[in-house]
Ligand binder design. Structure first.
Ligand code: AMP
Length: 190
């Protein structure tokens, strides 16, 4: 089964689409944001550190994030049957280390699905999500900082994956069902 990264700005629908992809294709879903939020809610030492970055809308340092990801892969035996990576990688350093990590495991990244959404819609989606779920970093000040961080540190990955031929652009503006149907066509064609 394929290893897929779902890529996009905060609020682009990565979580929603990842869940559906995981369900339909039997992939293991790793959301690094969810992993960190679980640590925060359980008050673990990692959670305490992660919260300092997340509450300001900043990224967790690369070395720490790479250890978290490696631990997720090691502790879930079903990851060998294909994974949907949601929220990782988010920097070029992570993307480079990720290639090596997969190679070491005798595996590889097959495809990056890039959800492309109009910027104004992103903000509104995150505000709505914050109201519905109470997610702490979905407030307007943190949202703006997360978008800045995305543009500075994460969006260069788009070119990185275009250049290595793995990037597939997905229009993330229509309704979730339409997006999922477009994603399914891409995965079915692998
Ligand atoms: P997400 O749920 O993917 O939007 O992630 C929420 C927050 O968790 C981000 O704003 C970052 O602070 C942190 N985070 C999640 N994934 C990563 C990552 N790959 N690298 C650094 N920080 C991350």
């Amino acid at each position: 089964m394929p290893n897929i990264v779902i890529f996009g700005a905060p609020g682009s629908g990565k979580g929603t689409q990842s869940q559906r992809i995981a369900e339909r294709y039997g992939l293991h879903h790793i959301s690094t944001g969810e992993v960190l939020r679980k640590h925060i809610s359980e008050g673990t030492p990692l959670g305490v550190v992660a919260n300092e970055y997340i509450k300001d809308g900043h990224l967790i340092p690369d070395d720490l994030m790479l250890r978290v990801l490696e631990h997720e892969l090691d502790s879930n035996p079903n990851t060998t049957a294909g994974v949907i990576f949601d929220g990782f990688p988010r920097t070029l350093v992570q993307a480079d280390a990720f290639e090596k990590m997969m190679e070491k495991r005798g595996s590889k990244l097959d495809m990056v699905l890039g959800l492309e959404v109009n910027e104004d819609d992103l903000i509104q989606r995150m505000i709505n999500r914050g109201q519905q779920t109470g997610r702490a970093d979905d407030n307007i000040d943190t949202i703006r900082e997360r978008l800045n961080v995305y543009h500075q540190q994460t969006s260069p990955l788009r070119d990185f994956y275009i250049n290595n031929g793995k990037y597939v652009a997905i229009d993330g503006n229509p309704a979730p069902d339409t997006i999922f149907s477009n994603i399914s066509s891409v995965i079915d064609a692998i």
